[in-house]
Design a protein around this ligand. Structure first.
Ligand code: 7TS
Length: 415
């Protein structure tokens, strides 16, 4: 069926599940219930086969040779760039830099743009729900430049509190760096509104897309943002795939982050000249097989339709919140699925999340129990950690039922 003919929410989950070989595993003799896709997603055979075929049939290094294999590898890699650009609505493939994902992308912006343009007293505005990878690189750059970090607070419920936005976004604000979707609470910040407030004071808008891009239709032009990070391993692609979208003028103005082979035009004893973006930011041998595998993942997601992916997760999230609350769990974050995605953090009875996750594991249920690399948010919630179930295209309401059944088992163990 053509993508356009699909109704939103019409994912055929059983046929999707048949594409994921790992779902046939039976940990501890139980059916695998994988609820940790916010951590990393599973991979369909289309991605696994593409990577395997690349190594079997086409493997060579990029750009450097004139023989057929190298030309094929280069063409596949550059086709992957075109696909990723189109997937996020980037107008021009040269605005997509390939790298290992969100952590590397934020370090690239913080170092390449931040160290070049931030001065003492300039402000970088973050939020209290950021992942550490959207905090620590800015701290390092703030230490080096004298810039100051500020944080947008959260409401009780776990949405951004925008009541004092005007006092936090001022002419001193040079960067707004915000998550597109919280990995802990699922919260979807109002990106368009934030981007226009930041642009009104001339700030650059960096969106951590690690959780946004895998689960929502995204168009960087429509959102009006300057940078977007992409973690391919969270969207059915291989580990160490993904990259950074950046507006071309900003990529042109930035310094390179990593120096080495392939990113240079000419090297002299005391200086070098660089290639144009994106190659200026792609030093050394690239993650070729991974990005080619990511292109297969994008094909897969597009065949489902990102509207349908989002709708599927809305339905599962609403179902999960209802069942968890009925079971006595305290669910963190907004309850309205219009303003949140499918990462559901909760606290169950008085059982520590680490203990809970171990019992769930015995039942074949994979969840993450930790601070989720969001310690500032944990302090806001007043908990050391949470248990988090996160959903993707292969999850079903039966998976949620299995989670809730396993909770009852944990209660029996710890009672
Ligand atoms: N930003 C957000 C919002 C994330 O969720 C993650 C990974 C990262 C950045 C880092 O991405 P990476 O691809 O560079 O590793 N989040 C999680 C998580 O929630 N559980 O495990 C990893």
């Amino acid at each position: 069926m053509a993508v356009t003919e699909r109704r939103a929410g019409s994912i055929d989950v059983e046929s999707v599940r048949a594409d994921f070989p790992i779902l046939g595993r039976t940990p501890h003799g139980k059916k695998l219930v994988y609820l940790d896709s916010a951590n990393t997603s599973q991979k369909p055979r289309q991605v696994i086969d593409t990577v395997s075929e690349y190594y079997r049939e086409h493997n060579a290094n990029l750009y450097r040779a004139v023989y057929e294999l190298a030309e094929e590898a280069t063409a596949m890699f550059e086709t992957a760039r075109l696909k990723l650009a189109a997937f996020i609505g980037a107008p021009d493939p040269t605005t997509v830099v390939f790298n290992r994902g969100t952590t590397e992308s934020i370090n690239l912006v913080a170092n390449g743009w931040g160290r070049r343009f931030l001065k003492e007293g300039d402000e970088v505005l973050l939020t209290d729900m950021e992942h550490h990878s959207n905090i620590v690189p800015w701290q390092l750059v703030a230490n080096a430049t004298g810039a100051v970090l500020r944080y947008l607070p959260l409401t009780e419920e776990g949405s951004l509190d925008l009541t004092n936005l005007e006092s936090l976004i001022t002419e001193r604000t040079k960067v707004l760096a915000v998550t597109g979707q919280s990995n802990v609470l699922g919260t979807l910040p109002p990106l368009k509104e934030l981007a226009s407030a930041a642009h009104a004071v001339g700030a650059v808008v960096v969106v951590d897309g690690a959780q946004l891009v895998p689960h929502n239709p995204v168009d960087v032009v429509d959102l009006g943002i300057d940078f977007l990070t992409i973690s391919g391993h969270k969207m059915l692609g291989p580990t160490a795939s993904g990259g950074l979208y950046g507006r071309r003028e900003l990529l042109d103005a930035m310094d390179p982050f990593l120096g080495g082979g392939e990113m240079i035009m000419e090297v002299f004893p005391d200086h070098s000249t660089y290639k144009e973006p994106p190659h200026k930011f792609e030093a050394g041998t690239m993650n070729i097989a991974q990005e080619i595998g990511l292109a297969a993942a994008i094909d897969y997601l597009e065949s489902l339709g990102m509207d349908a992916v989002r709708e599927h997760e809305k339905q599962l999230t609403a179902y999960a919140i209802g069942r968890l609350e009925d079971a006595g769990a305290v669910v963190h974050g907004p309850k309205d699925v219009e303003v949140r995605g499918g990462a559901v953090s909760f606290w169950y009875r008085d059982i520590h999340p680490h203990d809970l996750a171990q019992v769930l594991d015995q039942e074949g249920v994979c969840v993450r129990a930790s601070h989720h690399c969001a310690q500032i948010l944990m302090r806001h919630l007043g908990v050391p950690a949470t248990t988090r179930a996160s959903f993707y295209v292969y999850n079903t309401t039966e998976d949620v039922d299995a989670l809730v059944d396993a909770l009852a088992r944990a209660e029996a163990v710890f009672a």
